[in-house]
Design a protein around this ligand. Structure first.
Ligand code: DAH
Length: 329
């Protein structure tokens, strides 16, 4: 057999082996089997020296062509394998971009925050500003300036959380912000104070931390009638046009006369807060001339309004943070 015929046989063999190589590693082995130092082509080349001189040239040429041809088949197969591997990988990691995503849960405002914002919007519509003060408050602002006598029962440890040395307390009501605001505002003015307050009390309608909203209006001709009109408008805004108020004569050190106020929204009466005409001594304590200026004040439980509006039977449900409860509002 001639060297050229040998090469033809080698090429035929190579073509099949290359086409059948199942992966890149097998292909590299096949390539070495034909083109490596001990490969079939090299074996043919080694035999060339034994050929007649006129046969050597064509045989060498044919061997080189065979190398080029095998190299080309190997490259083509390599590309084919890579492309197949890539489409396999794409198929394996198929991503369906049309699948609906996992919906994230949307939160909402806490029922207390909802009511508080509603209350603020109502009073801002009447020209009230919204004032703020600290929850750790001086004994003077919380009690003294508001005309509480030294031995007033509200100062009793059963109601008040004292802070360390007893000159500061956790504010027991939003009324101390009256004192703070009066020192900054020039009469006439009117403002509300929504905020957290603290008392040592725990049952289905009381919690050691709760919320109040304070109202304060100072002018030259502010009357008890203005107070009642304002509170009626407020109650009807919150609870609907059927809401009724009931005023019971009461005592607060910082108002005179004073009343406690109950609200009915169609199902009995609930104590809601206190109110009255600002005591002249409170105005005086805060540098406002009581002979010229007078006004009214009120303070009520904000949490109760949220409980009424959302029919929540127990105040603790408002503060437990149980999403199953809160998401209903
Ligand atoms: N601060 C009172 C309380 O917490 C509520 C109150 C009553 C506020 C009468 C007032 C008021 O401004 O005039 O019990």
């Amino acid at each position: 057999m001639s060297a050229v015929a040998d090469l033809d046989a080698v090429l035929a063999e190579a073509e099949t082996a290359i086409a059948q190589a199942p992966n890149a590693q097998a292909l590299a082995e096949v390539r070495a089997g034909f083109l490596g130092k001990k490969g079939s082509v090299a074996a043919v080349l080694r035999g060339i020296g034994a050929l007649a001189p006129e046969e050597r040239g064509p045989a060498g040429q044919a061997a080189n062509q065979a190398k080029v041809q095998i190299e080309a088949w190997v490259d083509a197969r390599k590309n084919g394998l890579a492309a197949a591997a890539e489409s396999q990988s794409l198929a394996d990691h198929h991503l369906d971009v049309t699948l609906p995503g996992a919906a994230s849960r949307v939160g909402h405002l806490h029922p207390i925050t909802q009511v508080e914002r509603d209350m603020c919007a109502f009073f801002q519509g009447l020209g009230y500003s919204v004032e703020d003060g600290p929850e750790v408050e001086s004994d003077w602002n919380n009690f003294g300036a508001l005309n509480f006598p030294e031995d007033h029962p509200a100062r009793d440890v059963q109601d008040t959380f004292f802070v360390k040395d007893s000159t500061n307390v956790l504010r027991t009501h939003t009324s101390p912000v009256q004192v703070r605001a009066m020192s900054q505002l020039e009469p006439p003015f009117r403002f509300i104070v929504p905020g957290r307050v603290y008392r040592y009390d725990l049952d289905p309608t009381h919690y050691p931390m709760f919320h109040q909203i304070e109202g304060f209006c100072v002018g030259e001709n502010v009357s008890l009638g203005d107070l009642k009109g304002t509170l009626y408008a407020f109650a009807r805004h919150l609870f609907g046009p059927q809401a009724e108020l009931r005023f019971r004569a009461h005592f607060f050190p910082f108002t005179e006369p004073s009343a406690e106020m109950d609200v009915s929204w169609g199902e009995g009466w609930l104590e809601w807060g206190g109110c009255g005409m600002i005591h002249p001594r409170v105005l005086q304590n805060c540098g406002i001339d009581p002979d010229r200026w007078q006004g009214f004040a009120f303070g009520m439980a904000l949490d109760r309004a949220a409980m009424i509006r959302s029919a929540i039977p127990n105040i603790q449900l408002l503060f437990d943070g149980d999403v199953r409860v809160l998401e209903q509002f």
